[in-house]
Design a protein around this ligand. Structure first.
Ligand SMILES: *Cc1c(COP(=O)(O)O)cnc(C)c1O
Length: 512
C-alpha cells in the first residue's frame, strides 16, 4: 500500500512514510485507501491473543511490504513487556447502562503511548532496512509528559538509534519528570526547556527545519526523525485496540457482530481518537467517537462551530498530557472530510499558522457531526466525575481518563433525553495509570492533599487497594541522571543535541 501526503506533494511506501515521519511538503502521510475488515475477519479475531490481533490489523496496511511473519514476531515481542495476562483489558464498570473502560496503561511507562512506542522501534528499523538507509537515526521528541518517557523506554539501547527528549520545565507532572530524568541507557538524553509545552514544541519543530543543525547532523551521518504521533508508525498500532475492545465485547456475549458501540477518547494531539476513526473507516461498527477535552477546549469548539481557533493562552491542568492547542493529527481528518482536497488542506494549515484560525464549511461540519460528539471538562468537572465513579463503582482512574468520564456523563444525559431505551455500549479509553498522578487522584477521590508523590501513592493504595506499579515505586530511590534545563532557544538546544550525538559523557552537567 502507498501513502500520500495531506498536502498533495508526495506518494511513498509504508517504509518511507515511517522512516521519514513527516512529508517533505509539511503534510502528514495517510494511507491511499482504508482496507476493510469483514465480519468473518472480526469473528476470526475472537480466537486471537492481543499481539495476534494487533499484527492482523497492522498487516492490512504494512503486511505486503513488511511481511506478516515480521509483524507477528514484532507484536509478540513488543507486548510481552506489558503487565498482566491481557496487555489491554476491557473492564466492565456498569453492565446496566453499558459502560466499559479499556485500560491502555499496562505498559512499562504506565501510559497508553507504550502501545505504539514499544512497537515503533521494530517498525522503524525494518523501514530503514527496506529503504536502504544506512545512517544512524536520531529520534527527537517534544513531550507533554508521556511520549518522552515511552520513546526513551522503547528505544533504550536499540543499536543504531539515539533519543533526545525535551520536556517543558513548567508543564509536566512530578512523576512524569522523575520517570524521564532517571532514564537508563547509553543512547538517551533528556533536558527541560524553559516555558510551557507550546514553547517546547515550537522550538523542537523549528529544529526540524533549521538548516545549520541539519547540516551538522548530515556531517555526522545522522538521520533526524520524529517519535510524535504525526508518524504513521505511531498511529497504526493504535487502530488495533479499537478492534480488540470490540471483539472482547463479542466474545463475552455483550454484543453480536454488527452491533454498534461508542468510544470516548481523552484527546490532546488527536492521535488516539483519529486511530478510532480509521477503525470505523475500516468497517468497525462504531457509532460515535466522543472527543473529550480538558479546559483547553479548542477541539470542542471546532466540532460545535466548525471553527478552529487557537487565539488564546494555553492553560495548565490536572491532565497535562492534554494541554495542547494545536492538535497535529486533526490535519488528517480535515483532509478526509474535504474529500481529500490537498490544496484546500494546505491552505487551511497555512492559515492556521499565520492567522491562528481556520474554518470548515457547514457541509463538512455536518459530515463530522455524524461521526463525532465533542465535549470538555473543567478541572472541577473532572474531579467530580472521578469521585462519582469511585463512590459508585469503586473504580479509580487517572485525571486524563477523568476528563473522558466527565464528557461521557454529558453524552449519557443527552442520550437519555433523546432515547431512554438506547443501551449501545460505551467504551471509555483509559490513557494512564492513576498512580502516575497520585496527588491529583488522591485529592479527587478523598479531598486529601499530600505534599509528596510517594506519600500520595501510599495513601491512594490504602484508599483503593489497587496495586501500585513497580516501575513507579522504584523511582523513589533512583538518583536523577538528567538535571539540565536549557533556555527556550534553538541554538542552545542544538548545541546540546550535537554534543550528545558526538558521544560526550552522559549525563551532561547542569548548566541552567
Ligand atoms: C498523550 C495522552 C493523551 C492524548 O492523546 P492524543 O493522541 O494526543 O490525543 C491523553 N492522555 C494521556 C495520559 C496521554 O499521555
Amino acid at each position: 500500500m502507498y501513502f500520500i501526503s495531506t498536502r498533495g506533494g508526495e506518494k511513498v511506501t509504508g517504509a518511507q512514510a515511517i522512516a521519514q515521519g513527516l512529508a517533505k511538503d509539511g503534510g502528514l502521510f495517510v494511507p491511499e485507501n482504508f482496507p476493510l475488515v469483514t465480519n468473518e475477519e472480526l469473528e476470526g479475531m475472537a480466537g486471537m491473543s492481543y499481539p495476534e490481533r494487533a499484527s492482523f490489523i497492522l498487516g492490512k496496511y504494512l503486511g505486503e511490504e513488511f511481511g506478516q511473519d515480521f509483524l507477528n514476531t514484532s507484536c509478540e515481542k513488543a507486548y510481552s513487556n506489558f503487565e498482566g495476562e491481557d496487555p489491554i483489558p476491557l473492564v466492565k464498570v456498569d453492565g446496566e447502562t453499558g459502560l466499559y473502560v479499556l485500560e491502555l496503561f499496562h505498559g512499562p511507562t504506565c501510559a497508553f503511548k507504550d502501545i505504539a512506542l514499544q512497537l515503533l522501534p521494530y517498525l522503524l528499523k525494518k523501514s530503514l532496512e527496506l529503504t536502504g538507509e544506512k545512517k544512524d537515526v536520531l529520534i527527537l521528541a517534544a513531550t507533554s509528559g508521556d511520549t518522552g518517557k515511552a520513546a526513551l523506554e522503547g528505544f533504550r539501547d536499540v543499536p543504531g538509534t539515539k533519543v533526545a527528549v525535551f520536556y517543558p520545565d513548567e508543564g509536566v507532572a512530578k512523576m512524569q519528570r522523575l520517570q524521564m530524568c532517571i532514564q537508563d541507557g547509553k543512547n538517551v538524553c533528556v533536558a527541560g526547556v524553559k516555558g510551557n509545552f507550546d514553547d517546547c514544541q515550537r522550538a523542537v519543530k523549528a529544529l526540524f527545519a533549521e538548516e545549520t543543525f541539519q547540516a551538522e547532523l548530515e556531517k555526522r551521518n545522522v538521520l533526524l526523525t520524529s517519535a510524535n504521533s504525526i508518524n504513521f508508525g505511531r498511529l497504526a498500532p493504535q487502530i488495533a485496540y479499537y478492534f480488540s475492545a470490540y471483539v472482547d465485547l463479542v466474545t463475552s456475549n455483550q454484543i453480536e457482530i454488527g452491533d454498534n458501540v461508542d468510544f470516548v477518547v481523552p484527546t490532546g494531539n488527536f492521535g488516539d481518537i483519529l486511530a478510532g476513526w480509521y477503525a470505523k473507516k475500516m468497517g468497525l461498527p462504531v457509532r460515535k467517537l466522543i472527543c473529550a477535552s480538558n479546559r483547553n477546549r479548542v477541539l470542542t469548539e471546532f466540532f460545535k462551530k466548525g471553527v478552529y481557533d487557537v487565539k488564546r493562552p494555553l492553560m495548565r491542568s490536572m491532565s497535562p498530557s492534554m494541554d495542547i492547542l494545536v492538535s497535529s493529527n486533526l490535519e488528517r481528518l480535515i483532509f478526509e472530510v474535504s474529500g481529500r482536497n490537498a490544496e484546500l488542506t494546505a491552505n487551511r494549515m497555512e492559515q492556521l499558522k499565520k492567522e491562528k484560525t481556520y474554518s470548515i464549511t457547514p457541509k463538512e461540519r455536518n459530515l463530522l457531526e455524524k461521526d463525532f460528539y465533542a465535549g470538555f471538562a473543567s478541572e472541577d468537572d473532572t474531579v467530580d466525575a472521578m469521585y462519582e465513579i469511585f463512590e459508585e463503582y469503586g473504580y479509580a482512574m487517572d485525571t486524563h481518563t477523568g476528563v473522558g468520564l466527565s464528557v461521557y456523563m454529558q453524552y449519557y444525559n443527552e442520550r437519555e433525553k433523546n432515547d431512554p431505551k438506547d443501551r449501545t455500549p460505551v467504551i471509555v479509553l483509559s490513557t494512564a495509570n492513576p498512580y502516575k498522578f497520585p496527588q491529583d487522584v488522591l485529592y479527587a477521590l478523598s479531598g486529601n492533599d499530600v505534599k509528596d508523590s510517594f506519600k500520595g501513592i501510599k495513601r491512594l493504595n490504602l484508599l483503593t487497594a489497587m496495586k501500585p506499579p513497580k516501575c513507579l515505586l522504584a523511582l523513589r530511590y533512583r538518583p536523577l541522571r538528567f538535571k539540565t534545563v536549557v533556555s527556550n532557544d534553538i541554538g542552545k538546544m542544538s548545541d546540546l543535541i550535537l554534543r550528545f550525538v558526538d558521544g560526550e559523557v552522559v549525563p551532561i552537567p547542569d548548566e541552567s
